[in-house]
Design a protein around this ligand. Structure first.
Ligand SMILES: [Zn+2]
Length: 440
C-alpha cells in the first residue's frame, strides 16, 4: 500500500523525477480529487486543516528538507524558462499541466523557482499531537468543546461500539468532525479479537463509521490504536494486512508526559521535553483518558479525593483509569494555546495529518514549469499517492527579489504568501495540479 512506501532514492535524479511526474494524478482507485469550492488550502476539512489559528509570520526556521534531486537536470534553467505557456491563466484543478510537463525540474539554490519543503508545516520546528483515548463522556462534554474553543486540534481515538461513545454520539459523528477535529480508530469495542473475523470487524467497522462522519473525498488514511490491554489472536502478518487494508496508521507511543498530573506540571513537563528534542525526534505526543469535573460525583469518581490519577469515569471504568481533572486539563490547554513557544514553534496537529506530512516531506518536491519576473508556475510532485497523503505541505520557493509579496493559487484556491526575503512560503498539495505564484 502506498502508505507503506518508503523513499529509496536509489535511482538517478532524472528517473526519480520521471516516476514522480508519472504518478501525478494517475493513481487508479484513488479517492476523488474534487475539492469543494468552500474549502481553501488552509481550511480543507478535518484531515486537511489540522493546525490551530494560522499565526505564522515569515517563519522559515532553518529546518528544511531540501527538495534536492532534480536540480542537476541537464535541461538547465535557460532552456526551460518560458517554454511552457500552455497553462498560463489556468483556472485551477487541472492536473494535466503537471502530467504533461516537459522537463520540469527544481532549479538550484539561488535560482528562480528553487523550492524546498518546510520540515514541519508553517516552518514550525516541532509538532505536537494531543491524543484522547476511549471516547469518554468527559472528552465529549468537556474535552471537545474546550479544544475547539481554543483553536486546537485533537486526535480522538474512539470506540463506536461502547456506551460511552453512544451516550454522546452527536459529538463524535457531527460536532467534532465539523469542527476540524481528527477522529481516529480505537476499535469498535476496545475488546481485542479472538479471530480474524472479529479483528476485521473491530478495525474495519470502526473505520467505516469514522469515515462516514467526514466528506467522502477525504483521505481514507486514519490513525489507529488497538486498545491498551487487549489481545489480538491473529498473526502479525494478518494484523499488518488488516491495518493496510483499512489504511490504518498505528500510533506510536506517547512521549512520556503523564497527563494525570496537575495542569501546571503537565505543561511545564511537556514544554521542557519538547525543547530538549532534536530535529530527529521532534514529534511530541501526549494522551488523555478521562476528563473529570471535580464537582461531578455522578459520572466521575475519585478513589482518592483530589488526586486525579485515581479518578475514573463510570461509563468507561473498565477501560479507563487515570482521568485528568477538568480544571487541570483546561489549565493545560490554556497554556498550550497562549505560550509563545507553542504558538510560534509548534504545529499542533492531528495524528494522521502529522503522519502524512512527515511521510510526504522527504519524497515530494516542487518542480518548475515556468519562471520569470512576472510569475512562477510549479508542481508539487511526490512518490506518494495524493489521494492518501492529502495534507498540504509548506513550500518555500525563491521568487524575484523585487516581489514584495505574492499570491499562491492551486485548484482555484488562492492564499497570500508569507515572505522571507525573496522566498515565498505557502501551502500546497501533491497531485493537485500546478501552483501559480503571482506578485502582489
Ligand atoms: Zn483505550
Amino acid at each position: 500500500m502506498s502508505h507503506h512506501q518508503t523513499s529509496t532514492r536509489s535511482a538517478t535524479a532524472a528517473a526519480v523525477l520521471a516516476t514522480m511526474l508519472a504518478a501525478v494524478g494517475c493513481e487508479a482507485g484513488a479517492p476523488s480529487e474534487h475539492v469543494s469550492s468552500t474549502t481553501g488550502l488552509e481550511t480543507s476539512g478535518p484531515f486537511g486543516n489540522t493546525d490551530g489559528p494560522e499565526t505564522s509570520s515569515a517563519a522559515g526556521s532553518g529546518t528544511a528538507s531540501t527538495a534536492h534531486g532534480a536540480s542537476a537536470d541537464s535541461t538547465g534553467v535557460t532552456s526551460h524558462l518560458g517554454t511552457d505557456s500552455g497553462d498560463d491563466g489556468d483556472s485551477g484543478g487541472d492536473t494535466s499541466a503537471c502530467d504533461d510537463a516537459k522537463n520540469p525540474f527544481n532549479p538550484a539554490a539561488g535560482e528562480l523557482g528553487h523550492s524546498q519543503i518546510a520540515h514541519w508545516k508553517y516552518g514550525r520546528s516541532a509538532v505536537l499531537t494531543i491524543n484522547f483515548d476511549d471516547s469518554t463522556p468527559g472528552q465529549a462534554q468537556i474535552g471537545v468543546p474546550a479544544m475547539v474553543e481554543r483553536g486546537l486540534v485533537g486526535t480522538w481515538f474512539v470506540n463506536p461500539g461502547v456506551l460511552a461513545y453512544q451516550d454522546n454520539e452527536a459529538t463524535w459523528t457531527e460536532i467534532a468532525p465539523s469542527s476540524f477535529q481528527e477522529l481516529a480508530n480505537h476499535t469498535m469495542d476496545h475488546a481485542g479479537a479472538a479471530n480474524y473475523a472479529e479483528a476485521e470487524f473491530q478495525v474495519g467497522e470502526a473505520a467505516a463509521i469514522i469515515r462516514s462522519a467526514y466528506p467522502s473525498d477525504r483521505s481514507p488514511l486514519m490513525a489507529f490504536n488497538n486498545g491498551g490491554g487487549t489481545t489480538w489472536n491473529i498473526s502479525d502478518a494478518e494484523y499488518q494486512e488488516l491495518l493496510a487494508e483499512h489504511h490504518q496508521v498505528e500510533r506510536v507511543h506517547s512521549s512520556g508526559i503523564a497527563p494525570a498530573t496537575p495542569g501546571a506540571d503537565m505543561f511545564t513537563d511537556l514544554k521542557a521535553y519538547m525543547q530538549a528534542q532534536t530535529p530527529a525526534d521532534d514529534w511530541a505526543r501526549i494522551h488523555f483518558h478521562g476528563i473529570c469535573s471535580p464537582n461531578d460525583t455522578v459520572n466521575c469518581v475519585c478513589d482518592t479525593p483530589g488526586q486525579s490519577s485515581n479518578c475514573r469515569e463510570f461509563r468507561v471504568s473498565q477501560v479507563n483509569n487515570g482521568a485528568v481533572r477538568s480544571t487541570d486539563f483546561l489549565y493545560f490547554l490554556d497554556q498550550v494555546s497562549s505560550d509563545a513557544y507553542f504558538s510560534e514553534e509548534v504545529w499542533v496537529a492531528g495524528f494522521a495529518s502529522a503522519h502524512k506530512y512527515q511521510q510526504a516531506r522527504p519524497v515530494s518536491q516542487g518542480v518548475v514549469l515556468t519562471a520569470d519576473d512576472t510569475g512562477i508556475e510549479l508542481c508539487l510532485v511526490s512518490e506518494l499517492d495524493g489521494g492518501l497523503y492529502d495534507e498540504a505541505l509548506t513550500v518555500m520557493t525563491e521568487v524575484p527579489a523585487q516581489w514584495n509579496g505574492c499570491t499562491a493559487t492551486q485548484e482555484g484556491q488562492s492564499m497570500t504568501c508569507r515572505m522571507s526575503g525573496a522566498t515565498a512560503h505557502f501551502e500546497a498539495r501533491i497531485d493537485r495540479g500546478p501552483i501559480t505564484l503571482a506578485p502582489s
